[in-house]
Design a protein around this ligand. Structure first.
Ligand SMILES: Nc1ncnc2c1ncn2[C@@H]1O[C@H](COP(=O)(O)OP(=O)(O)OP(=O)(O)O)[C@@H](O)[C@H]1O
Length: 225
């Protein structure tokens, strides 16, 4: 196995003075390529903070972060945006789909906007992903008309569109019923096995955590297990 990313001795403090909150306090973590890991810990433990840092959307107060052998701390915003677009996919609980656009448009738009055009290859990849998400008959539906579980599966397809090495998911099944949550997790597992995509999934749900091969516990700002 090869190392996909490694953070060492991460600190993250929000605010100053009275409002200071020290969230990460020397957290270290390594993810190997192809892992499927659950991120666990009590509310406020810093799971979302860690995902935001790993997603290069925010820098830590101090500490090191390397992904694919590149230094994410010294990289400037422009380089990080390019890196993120090429290598990282995001699935959040509130998926930010464009309600008036179809499922397929939502999946291929980010790529099309970045590349300045919509290619037939992108359409094929988008359709294929939506079919694999069990949404073959919803491809051309505006997402406003889809159920919560269906929307979440569109968001998973969108995150996978560019074949990212890493997908960061923040409570991706938090608003779903048991059957929809299982469906989303089954599909994530399938993509992990077939495409070798690494997943890090924050969750409070023990069943979801148990369906991942590795469980990473965060408490008091460090990894405890
Ligand atoms: N932008 C911010 N400014 C100030 N404090 C923040 C900010 N973001 C998060 N925090 C605080 O940092 C702590 C960790 O928050 P975080 O969202 O990372 O936890 P979490 O483990 O994801 O929690 P949950 O399981 O409830 O989603 C919390 O105490 C939170 O209030």
């Amino acid at each position: 196995m090869s190392t996909l990313l490694e953070v060492r001795d991460l600190f993250k403090t929000y605010g100053t003075g009275e409002a200071e909150t020290r969230v990460l306090r020397g957290l270290s973590l390594r993810l190997e390529a192809g892992e499927m890991a659950a991120l666990l810990g009590p509310s406020g433990a810093g799971k979302s903070t860690l995902l935001t840092i790993l997603g290069t959307l925010m820098k830590p107060t101090s500490g090191s972060y390397e992904m694919l052998d590149q230094d994410m701390i010294s990289a400037d915003d422009r380089a990080l945006t390019d890196f993120r677009n090429a290598h990282i996919g995001f699935v959040f609980q509130f998926h930010n789909l464009l309600p008036d656009f179809t499922a397929l448009e939502n999946v291929i738009f980010p790529t099309a906007v970045r590349e300045g055009r919509e290619t037939p290859t992108a359409r094929t990849r988008g359709r294929d992903l939506l079919e694999r998400m069990g949404l073959a008959d919803r491809i051309d539906f505006p997402t406003a008309n889809l159920s919560g579980g269906q929307k979440q599966r569109v968001a998973v397809a969108r995150a996978l569109m560019n074949r990212p090495e890493l997908v960061l998911a923040d409570e991706p099944t938090g608003n779903l019923d048991r059957a929809s949550a299982k469906q989303v997790m089954d599909l994530i597992g399938e993509i992990n096995r077939e495409e070798g995509t690494t997943f890090l999934i924050s969750t409070h749900d023990e069943k979801i955590a148990a369906s991942c091969r590795r469980q990473i516990e965060v408490a008091d700002g460090v990894v405890t297990g």
